[in-house]
Design a protein around this ligand. Structure first.
Ligand code: HEC
Ligand code: HEC
Length: 451
């Protein structure tokens, strides 16, 4: 009897360990799926990437010519908004690179960026230059005679993004979904007319707080919804079913993420003042923070919020209805999700780690928190100065200019200017800071650093 009891205790404790372990593993496996499992056709190979500098504008090309391969790679990473994967020096976070050297875009292309220079998986990639990368890779492939990829061809029909740090991801998704029936069978269809617009990807570190996804909150959260990105014609319905388990792990990984802590100085007395002001002016929409946090998931009608309207209408009622009836939303199955096909505005996001996810608003039009709360101080055209945090205004260090230079032949550099006068890039709306004094705004910003 006694030895059996001991055995039982050992078994139970082992099961206990296994249980915790099992959870950890899903998170680890999720990260591995994202960084190591190619789920699209490959975009280009290592040797094409190593030669991409040959397609740069003359002045960059001639300095690249004199550099070592390592230096050139560093400059290429900077030009395209790539960063090395934490814990490695030779692999990008934003692409899966196979043993054979084939590069395939992953979710971190847009959802894995740097926070003031430091790579951070799950931070929005506020530097991604997908359009420039794709154009220069395509030019390099013509030069070396390499085959064009899905991305090279797709980018000829749908622009990838007009400003570094933002992408036309939503339209890309709609274009791909347009070619599917509700069970995700591929049905070749004539391309539709879409309203192209760029968005700044949201951080993943508040995913755990959300019930519904996207800036208009139209879709319910779930692992299948995360798989939309894989809708290239090569991936049929079986592919999605086959990888469902992998995306349960990706879901677990996303749920495990938390925002980075602010590392600079925080004036605690000022932040406490800011907390009171925040709770009376902002919490109704943005929730409360700390141990017993609340998040209202509140959609604010467009007439009220008045931020850029393009995204809301660009994702059509038809497009959302298609999603509602699809495999992604578990249509016709137990656990069918609720999908809002005609939302009237944007959902106020949680502000966890907000100091680290500049620029602000869904289109990335406002570089600092000061600008969010002081509408009149928002720059019309701006360009990032450096990787430093603007400690006073909190956000991207930028220069304000009158217009995007026209005499500059480097299209890659032109795309580092953000022009809020372009359709879809407006920096208007969200006027809630206007009634506050400068001192009150500074106190709220101090508090926001603690979230
Ligand atoms: C080309 C850029 C791009 C890629 C690649 C990409 N996303 Fe996104 N993602 C976005 C943008 C932009 C949004 C905002 C869309 C919106 O709100 O309408 C978004 C939104 C999301 C959201 C909703 C977050 C929220 O808080 O509402 C999740 C979750 C997400 N993406 C997961 C993924 C996963 C998982 C992958 C890979 C399988 C992926 N994304 C690949 C650009 C991208
Ligand atoms: C009536 C609801 C409402 C109130 C009140 C409100 N906000 Fe917002 N806020 C929103 C919505 C909706 C958005 C998203 C707008 C968009 O992206 O187009 C937003 C966006 C933001 C953002 C940018 C988030 C990001 O990830 O880019 C910040 C920062 C912010 N609000 C701070 C505040 C602060 C501080 C206050 C109080 C002074 C406040 N808000 C009051 C609804 C509100």
């Amino acid at each position: 009897m006694k030895p059996n009891l001991t055995l039982l205790i050992i078994l139970i404790s082992l099961m206990g360990i296994r249980y915790v372990h099992g959870n950890e593993n899903a998170v680890e496996r999720g990260y591995k799926v994202l960084t190591e499992l190619p789920v699209l056709t490959s975009d280009f190979n290592q040797s094409t990437f190593d030669q991409v500098w040959r397609s740069w504008p003359t002045h960059l090309r001639s300095s690249a010519e004199r550099m070592s391969k390592e230096e050139r790679t560093k400059i290429a990473y900077q030009r395209y908004g790539l960063s090395s994967r934490p814990g490695t020096t030779d692999k990008p976070l934003q692409y899966v690179v196979s043993e054979e050297g084939n590069w395939t875009m992953n979710c971190f292309t847009c959802h894995g960026g740097t926070i003031y220079g430091n790579p951070y998986p799950g931070a929005p990639n506020n530097k991604i230059a997908l359009q420039t990368l794709t154009e220069e890779i395509r030019a390099t492939k013509f030069r070396v005679g390499a085959a064009l990829s899905r991305m090279d061809l797709g980018a000829l029909v749908i622009p990838l993004g007009t400003t570094n740090g933002t992408t036309n991801a939503v339209v890309f998704g709609m274009g791909l979904m347009n070619q599917r029936d509700t069970s995700l069978n591929y049905i070749p269809t004539a391309p539709k007319f879409f309203v192209h617009h760029d968005m700044d990807a949201p951080p993943w570190w508040y995913f755990y707080k959300k019930e519904r996804l996207y800036i208009d909150g139209f879709a319910e959260k779930g692992h299948r919804g995360l798989m939309q990105f894989m809708l290239i014609p090569e991936n049929g319905p079986e592919f999605f079913q086959k990888h469902e388990e992998d995306f349960r792990d990706v879901y677990a990984y996303l749920m495990s993420l938390r925002p980075p802590k602010f590392e600079g100085n925080i004036n605690r007395a000022l932040a406490n003042k800011g907390r009171n002001l925040f709770e009376s002016n902002c919490s109704d929409c943005h929730g409360t923070y700390g141990k017993n946090w609340t998040y209202p998931n509140l959609r604010i009608p467009l007439e009220e919020i008045q931020t850029d309207p393009v995204r809301l209408h660009a994702l059509s009622v038809e497009g959302r209805t298609k999603y509602a009836h699809s495999w992604f939303a578990h249509a016709g199955e137990t656990g069918e999700q609720s999908t809002i096909t005609a939302p009237d505005g944007y959902v106020a996001p949680p502000l966890d780690g907000i100091w680290a996810s500049s620029p602000y608003f869904h289109n990335g039009s406002v570089p600092t928190l000061w600008g969010v709360l002081r509408p009149k101080d928002r720059p019309a055209v701006w360009i990032r100065d450096s990787d430093e945090l603007d400690a006073k205004r909190v956000g991207t260090t930028y220069s304000s200019v009158d217009s995007v230079p026209t005499n500059n032949l480097d299209i890659g550099e032109k795309r580092s200017y953000f022009d809020t006068r372009v359709k879809g890039k407006s920096n208007q709306g969200h006027l809630y800071g206007e009634s506050l004094s400068d001192e009150e705004v500074l106190a709220i910003i101090e508090y926001l650093k603690t979230l």
